[in-house]
Design a protein around this ligand. Structure first.
Ligand code: SAM
Length: 373
């Protein structure tokens, strides 16, 4: 608890905003400008699979404000959600990676960015020979709420009093409940490229819970974002221009991984970390990090005598449920942990050897009473 409190205090997460400006207004304004004309200073240059870039329109290539390439960790046939899809570059790359059997949804709250991305939908479908991409208007920390439905409702019911505000809130709750934009457990992979750092501090815990909610069991998040190596001065954190420029809201490196842990993910791993910082501001390094995290460790813990042996090379390792695996030693685990550890498509593929129960009375020191259930 102390650790979480300390991190929240120093990383903005979970705190009520204490800025005298609105994070969302600053971000909307900056990326509205970025949709109208290319802004060279926004987010760091990165490299993508050149074969996937060939078919992309020039405007989309130019209005690229990413900092990594989560698309290279996505496979054929998968249902992908891109958080903060901007002009759509990653979505149109993904459309080629997942192919006609997969689907790609880009979510962004900026009308002008959505308009750029949507402008090329028909052209891209023609070029690729399949139409598997859609763009939706949503705040990524509230993926159940379809903001285009909210806009339509507001056209018909302009709000000019507190009772109007209550009616709007009721309609938003109804939409989330009855017609969720992104329903529970409907996505195989959530990706994002240089967006999570833009979300207001008060919404960050909810953002990670939303990523967890929309993923199917066994699904994963692959997130590229800007992180910093230590806590910047408050003056940096509170600068609106640095915020919308992907600096002020950057997670500290370890805090980004801890956020996944706290939201119930497992198998959390750094896939890429740029060696050179993208920017150095008052001695703090800001660089790109790509992280992967899996959903699926919740659920009942049923002991049916399964066990695994950790192969090494580390002397011992500990999973996100607190099980410790000692190199070469048989470790009794519940069925759920066994399946997670031995899943060939999961994060621990090849790390352990599955072994059946020993004959005779079972080892009473099975670990699964202590964490995962
Ligand atoms: C740095 S740009 C990245 C765009 C795109 N991912 C790329 O790689 O080019 C950030 C994008 O996220 C969107 N965005 C920022 N905060 C958001 C939020 N809370 N909800 C939805 N979209 C958001 C912005 O409108 C903008 O299009």
């Amino acid at each position: 608890m102390a650790k979480i409190a300390a991190r929240r205090g120093s990383d903005l997460t979970g705190k009520v905003d204490d800025f005298d400006w609105s994070v969302e207004a600053a971000v909307l304004e900056r990326y509205g400008r970025g949709a109208r004309a290319r802004e060279a200073g926004l987010c760091c240059p990165t490299s993508y699979d050149p074969a996937c870039l060939e078919k992309l329109p020039r405007e989309i290539l130019e209005k690229d404000y990413g900092c990594g390439d989560p698309s290279r960790h996505v496979g054929e046939g998968e249902r992908v959600l891109d958080l903060g899809s901007g002009a759509g570059k990653v979505c149109y790359i993904l459309a080629q990676k997942v192919g006609p059997k997969g689907s790609v949804t880009g979510a962004d709250f900026n009308d002008e960015m959505l308009a750029v991305a949507r402008k090329y939908q028909a052209e891209m479908a023609r070029k690729l020979g399949h139409a598997n991409t859609r763009f939706v208007k949503a705040r990524i920390q509230d993926l159940a709420l379809d903001l285009e439905r909210v806009d339509l409702w507001l056209d018909a019911n302009p709000v000019s009093s507190s009772s109007g505000l209550h009616a709007l809130e009721a309609e938003c709750n109804r939409l989330r409940r009855e017609e969720p934009l992104i329903a529970d457990e409907t996505i195989d992979v959530v990706v994002s490229n240089c967006v999570l750092n833009l979300v207001a501090p008060r919404d960050r815990l909810h953002l990670f819970q939303e990523i967890h909610r929309v993923l199917r069991r066994g699904g994963r998040a692959v997130i590229s974002d800007i992180v910093c190596d230590r806590e910047p001065e408050p003056a940096i954190r509170k600068d609106p221009e640095l915020w919308s420029g992907c600096i002020a809201g950057a997670f500290r490196e370890e805090a980004l991984l801890e956020m996944f842990e706290e939201a119930g993910f497992h198998g959390i791993e750094i896939l890429e970390r740029s060696e050179r910082p993208w920017k150095v501001v008052e001695g703090v390094d800001f660089r790109s990090l790509t992280v992967r995290a899996y959903k699926g460790k919740e659920g009942p813990c049923i002991d049916d005598g399964q066990a695994v042996i950790y192969r090494g090379p580390w002397k011992e390792v500990r999973d996100d449920d607190g099980h410790v695996f000692v190199r070469g030693r048989r470790a009794p685990v519940c069925r759920k942990t066994h399946d997670i550890l031995t899943n060939p498509a999961g994060p621990y593929a090849g790390e352990v050897l599955p072994v059946g129960p020993l004959p005779g009375p079972q080892d009473a020191t099975g670990q699964c009473g202590s964490g995962c259930c």
